[in-house]
Structure formats: structure tokens, C-alpha cells
Design a protein around this ligand. Structure first.
Ligand code: 13P
Length: 254
């Protein structure tokens, strides 16, 4: 059995005061979630403060994005992977659909970011997923394959030995419309199978998270799927009680 992982993606939400309260509640409740790895990804400007508050709690810190460059330089507004590692990040989300659709990150840039994360010892949480139009056109697996293969071609499968993949169907993000467990299981099995063609051990060990409108009332059914190893949680991660309830559902599913 793979160890479950629940990651909170706060997106562009929070303030120093709000974060202090939320992090205190999450850190206090995390000790009741035995056997689950928990991480939170606040906006970058708050990474250091949140990291300091998390110290000793067992909850890991993650960033929401990084620069694909691997050396410091003249890249105004960007964040080098080394900097994220320096302030205590363990994870970094790569290729979130909001980055792909709103900020023009294509498959090749996502692949470069994944490679940069790995180079600096960060665990990339690679997000892949289809739009509603792609699902309706029956191309879900082709889209997942294209997004995954772009990274595999760049880094090789070995880099996935220290990575996480999040399946996030775009139509389920922030819509309250989560994918049905059968749809999620089918996509996850496809992703794992595609990795297994290259390396069965890595495919078997890698954590595959589901993301998209995960809430306390639907988490258990999603986490009970054989190939779902946890979740990437957006809106519900902004409420410590909901986020912890989701982490407890992952603990029970394990
Ligand atoms: P929601 O949980 O708000 O649907 O967001 C999912 C997501 O995009 C996490 O990265």
C-alpha cells in the first residue's frame, strides 16, 4: 500500500493574519492523521512565515510554481528552485491547469519546470488533466498521455521516482463538480499503466493524487479507488477543519 499524501493548494488566497490562524489549526490537527503525509502550498510570499510556523508539526511545505531556469539571473518576478528549497519547500506544484491556461505554460515549459524542480531536490507535483471539451470528444487518455510523455521525454522515467502526479480534470476544478470515482480510477489506472511500460517499480510506488472539488463529503469515495493515493485540494484547503477531515479520510482509506 502506498502512503497517502494530501496537499493543500491555497492558490492566490490568504494574508499573514489568516494564514497564522489556519496553519495553527492544521498543525494542531495533523497529529491525528496517522499514516498520511500532509503538505500545504501557500502563495510564495508567505512560504517562509508558514514554513516557520509548521516547524516540528510534520506538515510539509510546498510552492505553487517555480521558474524553469536552473541558475540565478535576470528573470524579474521568477523564483529559482534553489530558492524554494532554501526556504524549506519539499514539494512544488508543476503544470497546474491555471498556469497552463491563464499563463500560457505549454507542455515543454512544464517539462523544463519539472526537470528544474528535480535538479534542486524538490518533489514535483505534476498536474495533468483534460478539459471538458477534450473529455466530451473522447480524448482524455490522449491528453493525459501527451502531457505525461512531454515530461518523460525530457527527464526520463527515473525522475518520477521522486515525484508525485496529480490528475486534475480541468472541468472539476473549483466547479463543485468532482469527477466520479470510476472516472478518476480509470484515469489513474491509465497514468500508472503508462509509467509501468517504462518502469514497473516506479509506476507502482508513485503517489497519484486526484484534484478537483474534493470535499469532506466526497473524499472517502475518491480515496477508496485502488489507484488514488490522496488529493490535491484547492478550495477546501482554505478551511482547516475541512482540510483535516479530508486528510483523515485519506488515513482511513489507507
Ligand atoms: P478545488 O479543490 O478548489 O476544485 O481546486 C483543485 C485544484 O486545482 C487543486 O490544485
Amino acid at each position: 500500500m502506498r502512503r497517502p499524501l494530501v496537499v493543500g493548494n491555497w492558490k492566490m488566497h490568504g494574508s499573514s493574519a489568516e494564514n497564522r490562524e489556519r496553519v495553527a489549526a492544521i498543525a494542531a490537527g495533523a497529529s491525528e492523521c496517522h499514516g498520511v503525509d500532509i503538505a500545504i502550498c501557500p502563495p510564495a510570499v508567505y512560504l517562509q512565515a508558514v514554513g516557520a510556523q509548521l516547524a516540528g508539526s510534520g506538515v510539509a511545505l510546498g510552492a505553487q510554481n517555480l521558474c524553469e531556469q536552473t541558475r540565478a539571473g535576470a528573470f524579474t518576478g521568477e523564483l529559482l528552485g534553489a530558492m524554494l528549497a532554501d526556504v524549506g519547500c519539499r514539494y512544488v506544484i508543476v503544470g497546474h491547469s491555471e498556469r497552463r491556461t491563464l499563463y500560457g505554460e505549454d507542455d515543454s515549459r512544464v517539462a523544463e519546470k519539472f526537470a528544474a524542480a528535480a535538479q534542486f531536490g524538490l518533489q514535483p507535483v505534476l498536474c495533468i488533466g483534460e478539459t471538458l471539451a477534450e473529455r466530451d470528444a473522447g480524448t482524455t487518455e490522449a491528453v493525459l498521455a501527451r502531457q505525461l510523455d512531454a515530461v518523460l521525454r525530457r527527464t526520463g522515467v527515473a525522475a518520477f521516482g521522486d515525484a508525485v502526479i496529480a490528475y486534475e480534470p480541468v472541468w472539476s476544478i473549483g466547479t463543485g463538480r468532482n469527477a466520479a470515482p470510476e472516472q478518476v480510477q480509470s484515469a489513474h489506472a491509465f497514468i500508472r499503466g503508462r509509467l509501468a511500460r517504462l518502469d514497473a517499480t516506479i509506476a507502482n510506488q508513485i503517489a497519484l493524487l486526484y484534484g478537483g472539488s474534493v470535499k469532506p463529503n466526497n473524499a472517502a469515495a475518491l480515496f477508496d479507488c485502488a489507484d488514488v493515493d490522496g488529493g490535491l485540494i484547492g478550495g477546501a484547503s482554505l478551511h482547516a477543519g475541512d482540510f483535516l477531515a479530508i486528510a483523515r479520510a485519506a488515513a482511513t482509506a489507507s
